[in-house]
Design a protein around this ligand. Structure first.
Ligand SMILES: [Zn+2]
Length: 88
């Protein structure tokens, strides 16, 4: 069983996490006209690289979203960082 690092809780079982999406994806500007193709690309296209990938994940018990870089071949986690500063 794989263990993922939550930046707020530490190492936890992978079943406690959910993939959210590619890191760095930019939502189309809704003030401008957005075509169906642009929306579809934003919603459904994923990079899905072989090798290093940086993604947004959520740790379900604490509901914190964070950035995780991992190798999709070896399944090694390279880095995990919060998207916000942890509460003091
Ligand atoms: Zn957590």
């Amino acid at each position: 069983m794989q263990r993922f690092p939550c930046p707020f809780c530490g190492l936890r079982d992978e079943r406690e996490f959910s993939y959210v999406g590619d890191f760095g994806k930019v939502r189309p500007d809704t003030k401008a006209r957005v075509s169906d193709a642009e929306w579809a690309a934003y919603l459904y296209d994923q990079k899905n690289p072989k090798g290093q990938s940086t993604e947004i994940w959520v740790h379900l018990p604490c509901q914190e979203y964070f950035k995780m870089t991992r190798d999709t071949v070896s399944m090694d986690v390279i880095d995990a960082a919060p998207l916000r500063k942890p509460a003091q």
